[in-house]
Design a protein around this ligand. Structure first.
Ligand code: GLY
Length: 331
């Protein structure tokens, strides 16, 4: 029995027929557009992305508008300007966007006081010859582009955002300190794009950049194959080009859920940390309209939206038990 099948049976047994029908669903092409994002807080973003497409917005408009909605949620403490601050008490956000057609990408990292980093990332992609801007340069570029900003040293900023952040910052991942919105879109023409956005790890060192703005780590799109996005502990994604790896496994023919599991398996087989301590979670979709997700814990939920339905589902759960005694996989 392959480990993926065992996972499926395990989660299927735990969650009854829902998972059975989910897997059956995701094995057959879904109706398009198909939008997949991380966590339940991605679902309103998915709905916004679908609405954007229905209103004749472009594929990139759908990604941008979907993520902007999540960034706007003042209750969200891990995405947007209301996210967790770094060790100096400042929110530094990371974001990227990638377009399958043309294989373009843009990103911003450690950007301060910008309400919609995803829009800044899109403008880096579309209006500069660069892929990534960081820190003050990214902030100045976003302001020059007319994006909404707050003066980071202003009284308003401190009263509105720092007061909120004075609540104790959770330090543990992933349950109370998650995390990134990664949102993937397959449109009716079969083109793929994605984006992600996060305030990153609460209490991080100032200047720390996570996986989310790093193309291939927090997000990767290949228009001929599919797309993957990550949420969890960025340091452990970045050391393995994790989202790129998921897409490469799909290129080899794996179902998106299997590709997510195989990536976790490969990282866990190499890394000295236990799978549970790696905090890796992935969502993926492929060109055929199949989707899947997996994480190194039981609690990874993700959102899937098509013209027929918009749902929160539970990703497959990878555990150390799935790696053989010699560190090899159990296939
Ligand atoms: N995955 C988000 C971060 O580590 O910053």
């Amino acid at each position: 029995m392959t480990h993926t099948r065992r996972h499926f049976l395990t989660t299927g047994l735990a969650l009854g027929t829902t998972i059975h029908s989910l897997r059956a669903d995701s094995n057959s092409p879904m109706s398009k557009p198909l939008i997949v994002s991380t966590w339940p807080f991605g679902k309103p973003g998915n709905d916004k992305a679908l609405e954007t497409l229905n209103n004749k917005g472009s594929l990139l408009d759908a990604v941008e508008q979907g993520i902007r909605l999540v960034e706007s949620d003042e209750k969200n403490r891990s995405v947007g300007i209301s996210g967790l601050p770094n060790a100096a008490g400042v929110v530094q956000q990371d974001s990227c966007i990638m377009s399958g057609p043309g294989h373009d990408a843009g990103s911003v990292a450690a950007i301060e006081g910008i309400l919609h980093p995803i829009s800044a990332a899109r403008r880096v992609m579309e209006k500069t010859p660069h892929v990534m801007l960081v820190g003050d340069g990214a902030r100045h570029f976003a302001i020059k582009e007319g994006l909404e900003s707050v003066e980071v040293n202003s009284r308003e900023f401190h009263e509105k955002w720092h007061k909120k952040q004075a609540e104790p910052a959770p330090t543990k991942l992933p349950k109370d300190n998650h995390d990134t919105v990664a949102l993937l879109v397959l449109d009716a023409e079969g083109n793929i794009a994605g984006g992600c956005s996060t305030s990153g790890w609460g209490g991080k060192l100032p200047g720390r950049v996570g996986d989310s703005p790093i193309i291939g780590s927090g997000l990767y799109v290949d228009n001929e194959v599919g797309a993957a996005g990550a949420t969890g502990l960025g340091e452990n994604m970045m050391r393995y080009c994790a989202s790129f790896m998921v897409v490469e496994y799909m290129r080899q023919g794996l179902h998106p859920e299997e590709a997510c599991l195989k990536t976790i398996e490969r990282i866990a087989a190499t890394d000295p940390k236990s799978a549970e301590d790696l905090h890796l979670n992935f969502v993926a979709l492929d060109k055929k309209g199949r989707f899947g997700a997996a994480g190194t814990g039981s609690g990874f939920q993700y959102s899937v939206t098509t013209p027929d339905s918009s749902r929160v589902l539970t990703g497959a759960n990878f555990t150390d038990k799935d790696i053989g005694p010699e560190g090899g996989n159990t296939k």
